[in-house]
Design a protein around this ligand. Structure first.
Ligand code: 5AD
Length: 346
């Protein structure tokens, strides 16, 4: 194990078998060694800065029926909403005053948000706030659509790959969704010039050490600028309602590994991690994460954008409580910065 950890630290690469061993043979002692190496690797590039992103959940209307997701089309109990352009812009205004310099527009695959609507909103945000980055997280779209969004000024795009194992992908999604298309979308986003984020849920149903090893290999080879990983948390109105949730322990272990695979990756301590553990975000940062994404959505939207049960909305999760977040980060030796927080090339 020590040899594997040293190899990962030096070469930023392991074989599939080695990744699998690193996961299956883990102990709290090895986790500690990994997190020390991971935080050191991050410190060399980002110091003790933690970047913040203002998350705006623009719509919970979705044409897809992903088995894990609380806003899946099949959830008839989900109260649907969609923000207007004015509402989205006023979230940005509020966020800008609070010190946010990246806005993440995230939503279900809602046909209302076609290219013209999104491009209009993106260019308006970019015109008003020339020192801000815009990140989109709106699911699968065509190459042409992604290109229009990029040309309108969007800087980054988040599209979790969900799992790098095709069979596993098919167990998490209905037949209309395909692993190959997901991967093609990620390639297209890269080609167009976006800073791209992939990612997956930790402890998703049917996940194995082997599928996780594939996720790590994929991250190593795809070289995303961002990588979102958080624990799977069941939602009562989904196919996976009775499945066990992912753990903080494995999520943090994987955050450390991902940091060592890519020392400069932008790695969030996710809301899901903060939801299953009151100190989840701090634990994530201490394992190698360097981003937090507090919620800037209007409070009504926040409640309805329920991807999983009991999703955190108050406290330091709310973008309005930036002071609280600052204090919590300071307590563990980190500093929230007012900055676009771009990917650093070393
Ligand atoms: N638990 C944790 N994460 C979830 N997501 C969707 N549903 C859940 C859940 N039940 C994640 C997916 C998606 C992102 C927006 O939220 O990985 O890509």
């Amino acid at each position: 194990m020590i040899e594997l950890i040293d190899k990962l630290e030096k070469e930023h690469s392991l074989t599939l078998e080695e990744y699998k061993t690193l996961i299956s043979e883990r102990t709290p002692e090895y986790a500690e060694i990994l997190s020390e190496k991971a935080t050191e690797a991050r410190r060399k590039i980002y110091g003790n800065s933690v970047y913040i992103r203002g998350l705006i959940e623009i719509s919970n209307i979705c044409k897809n029926d992903c088995y894990y997701c609380g806003i899946r089309k099949g959830n008839k109990k989900c109260e649907r909403y969609r923000l207007t352009a004015e509402q989205i812009l006023s979230c940005c205004e509020e966020g800008y005053e609070l010190g946010y310099r990246t806005f993440v527009l995230q939503g279900g695959e809602d046909a209302y948000f076609g290219d013209e609507v999104i491009c209009g909103i993106v260019s308006e945000i970019k015109n008003r706030y020339t020192d801000c980055a815009v990140t989109l997280s709106l699911g699968e779209r065509s190459f042409e659509s992604y290109k229009r969004l990029y040309d309108a000024g969007a800087d980054r795009y988040l599209l979790r790959h969900e799992t790098a194992d095709k069979e596993h992908y098919e167990k998490l999604h209905p037949a209309e969704l395909s692993f190959d298309n997901r991967m093609e979308c990620l390639e297209n986003l890269k080609k167009i010039g976006f800073q791209v984020g992939c990612g997956f849920m930790v402890g998703s149903p049917f996940q194995t050490d082997e599928t996780i090893a594939k996720d790590l290999k994929f991250i190593e080879q795809f070289k995303p600028h961002m990588c979102g990983i958080g624990p799977f948390v069941p939602h009562r109105e989904t196919v996976f309602k009775d499945m066990p949730q992912g753990t903080v322990e494995l999520t943090c272990y994987l955050l450390s590994i991902i940091r060592l695979i890519s020392p400069s990756v932008l790695l969030p301590a996710t809301t899901a991690l903060g939801t299953i553990d009151p100190e989840g975000r701090e634990k994530g940062i201490l394992s190698g994460a360097n981003v937090v994404m507090p919620n800037l959505s209007p409070s009504e939207a926040k409640k309805k954008y329920e991807l999983y049960n009991n999703k955190l909305t108050g406290g330091a999760e709310s973008a309005l409580n930036k002071k609280m977040l600052e204090e919590r980060m300071k307590t563990i030796g980190y500093e929230i910065v007012t900055d676009r927080g771009d990917f650093k090339t070393v």
